[in-house]
Design a binder for this molecule. Sequence first.
Ligand code: DGY
Length: 310
Amino acid sequence: MTKVLLPDSIPAEGEQILTDAGLEIIHGTGRSAKQMMQEGAQAAAVLIGTQIFDAPIMDAMPNLKVIARNGVGYDAVDMPAATARGIKVVNTPFALNDSVAETAVTELLAISKNIFWNTKSIYDGQWNYKKAHPGNDVMGKTIGILGFGRIGHAVAQKLAGFNVKIIAHDPFAQAIENVTMVSREELFANADYVLVHLPAMDSTKHSIGMAEFKAMKSTAYLINMARGIIIVETDLVQALQEHEIAGAALDVFEEEPLPLNNPLLTLNNVLLTPHIASNTVETKRQMAIDAANDIVSILNGEDAISVVNK
Ligand code: DGY
């Protein structure tokens, strides 16, 4: 029987598609990494989260034909190694746009209204924290979307009712109604909120650092739901400490899980969440369905919905 390795559990609907197609599932949950690799060594497909999937792992799985990413970013997969071995890499870009965009808008509002620190003040018995730390209204502000792909579009659509001006920068994207495309410099200089929705790749790695923070308004917020590696995190910490910018809402970090000695954890002008942007019941279900369907298609020699290497 053809085997599929699931290092992490996925919603039942995804598993059902795999078993209905006659595939044998090898579950990783509850097994040691060594056991999992031994039992999964013969797998023809693997469905992964954000874990690193490099050439040595691929070489330990000689029958592997497809790596399915339960999500959109495939920066943790060694793409040249997969392509060189004839392994197809698929992802689920259509399942999560709205979920990630909802989280971006949630975090934009939460950092503006200082929700986390005000909530904490109740637990700390400091009800009057709010007097020294008023929030900001979003209405009338300029929202800058850096990277105007599917998720960037969904963010613009969700913010349309907020009475804001929306600007975006993306050399590969067209303007849409109510969104003005601007240069990168204009975006950093004019936005009251800079939302990062770029893919992680060599050209975007560490592309936002002190120069960009100095170019931003000192009242502006940075919101990153994409990948931590896009930002020079030490520069961001310094910019937040020195009030070059007003605050940051971050769902992603250079190192995940965020180490407890990371200086971001000492700042009170941040909102930090543990990479949850697409982590909803509905979106996880749809990602599992899309990934499982693509695994079955590829193993059957049929066209898949989203192959990211040709
Ligand atoms: C993605 O899909 O890449 C999200 O960041 C969750 O992994």
